[in-house]
Design a protein around this ligand. Structure first.
Ligand code: FHN
Length: 432
């Protein structure tokens, strides 16, 4: 009864506030929007964290769907959830050491379990052995390391009875045969209000799961307006795999570089919005004890370089164990990337995509009148680049030594440092 009254009250408050919020979004100029997003574009690299009850199953975050587990069968992961070793400061230190500048944590994934103390559900960490608001601890720890915090929120919900009609996935996840989707949206907006009012300044909300019911009326304009009203600075992105909707601030590509679709998720081309690629260190997002397909650190660095060259961010995932530990395979990879960034970060942070469009051999980034040519796959001793007439000199990033630069029929032929062909990235700085 109390929960119903709370939801009704939330509905009234939301409706009133959405009207003024919608007006506000409409008045933001392009320049204001660019300013709002500047920190995020400058940061370039963030940590994605998939953590929930599924981490206890240790068989992929989709275990409830994959193994057709109903609510009763899934209850044991709730009962067992006891992250004794959860030390968000450790996570934050790992993120910082990796050179990441912001983070996005799954506050609620498709299973419906909330890591935060929401008054609109009992299905939350505070009711488990954890007995703590884990989102609060994450926020405090990451902020203390100077990292911006963001929240992932799954629109799709395999647990909530009002997520009805059920969508494409989790059909055997034990939901009832009825429910009120309008009430679900009120619940969702009420939870988002909690997330945006209880934890201080939030970098952004990262939605997922709309692809489960792409044709449902999600009233996105209302939800987005709500977010922008509660936190005008927060960014909104949704991983719906389609062309972005009004009110979204950036476009997300999953497990692929912007515009590519090798993994089968991305159904749309590149829009005019700022871009982000999200990717995994192995094949899974949530902790999966059977998934040992961890990527070569060099390839991870190259993905970061290629996203920067496309003027995009990289949100790189860790899937901590149910106890709260970052798997060692993930931690070592993060440290390798961090060590590389500590030397080469100048050519990544604060840059924008370079004047030469991405090529099979690599990409360019640019900042402060310098062009960084990132040579990723090329073994010859010189490279041919389209001429950028303002360029006056080429320099080896690593040693600061000049490299030969010749102009030839509308191209620049640039000498490459030799003997370093195996490195993740050879950077040539072009000075103007
Ligand atoms: O189903 C989810 C998946 O578990 C994970 O959260 C990723 C992250 O981009 N998004 C969904 C798949 O598109």
């Amino acid at each position: 009864m109390l929960r119903r009254t709370q939801l009704l009250l939330a509905l009234v408050l939301l409706t009133v506030s959405q009207v003024s919020a919608q007006k506000m979004i409409g008045t933001e100029t392009d320049a204001q929007k660019e300013k709002r997003m500047e920190w995020w574009k400058d940061d370039r690299f963030g940590m994605f964290i998939h953590w929930g009850m599924y981490s206890g199953a240790a068989r992929h975050e989709w275990v409830k769907h994959n193994e057709k587990i109903d609510n009763a069968g899934y209850q044991k992961y709730f009962d067992q959830f006891n992250p004794d070793l959860f030390d968000p400061q450790k996570w934050a230190r790992e993120a910082k050491a990796a050179g990441m500048k912001y983070a996005v944590l799954t506050t609620k994934h498709h299973e419906g379990f909330c890591l935060f103390d929401s008054k609109y559900t009992d299905y939350k960490a505070t009711n488990t052995h954890a007995k703590r608001d884990l989102v609060k601890e994450y926020v405090e720890a990451f902020r203390a390391q100077g990292l911006k915090v963001g929240f992932y929120y799954s629109l799709l919900d395999w647990h909530h009875p009002d997520y009805y009609p059920i969508g494409r996935y989790g059909r055997a996840a034990g939901r009832t045969g009825g429910g009120d989707f309008a009430r679900y949206l009120v619940f969702m907006n009420a939870q988002l209000t909690e997330l945006l009012t209880h934890y201080g300044q939030i970098g952004g909300i990262w939605f997922d799961g709309m692809w489960d019911k792409p044709d449902a009326d999600w009233h996105l304009d209302e939800t987005y307006a709500l977010i922008h009203r509660l936190q005008p600075g927060a960014l909104v992105g949704s991983n719906h795999h389609a062309t972005p909707y009004p009110g979204e601030d950036f476009q997300i590509f999953e497990k692929d570089l912007p515009g590519k679709n090798t993994a089968g998720f991305n159904q749309s081309g590149i829009s005019a919005l700022p871009l982000e690629t999200c990717d995994t260190l192995n094949d899974s997002w949530g902790f999966n004890a059977r998934d040992n397909k961890f990527k070569d650190p060099k390839d991870i660095i190259r993905t970061l370089v290629r996203t920067s060259g496309q003027d995009a961010n990289l949100l790189l995932n860790i899937g901590p164990t149910a106890m709260g530990e970052v798997p060692a395979e993930a931690a070592t990879r993060l440290r390798t990337v961090g060590a590389w960034l500590s030397k080469h970060g100048e050519a990544i942070y604060g840059t924008r995509g370079g004047p030469i469009s991405p090529r099979s051999w690599g990409v360019t980034t640019q900042k402060d009148g310098r062009i960084y040519v990132h040579v990723l796959e090329w073994s010859d001793s010189a490279i041919v680049l389209p001429d950028v007439p303002t360029v006056t000199a080429a320099i080896d990033f690593e040693t600061g030594r000049p490299l030969a630069l010749k102009r030839l029929g509308g191209n620049m032929v640039v000498q490459l440092p030799t003997g370093r062909e195996d490195e993740a990235d050879r950077i040539v700085v072009l000075r103007r």
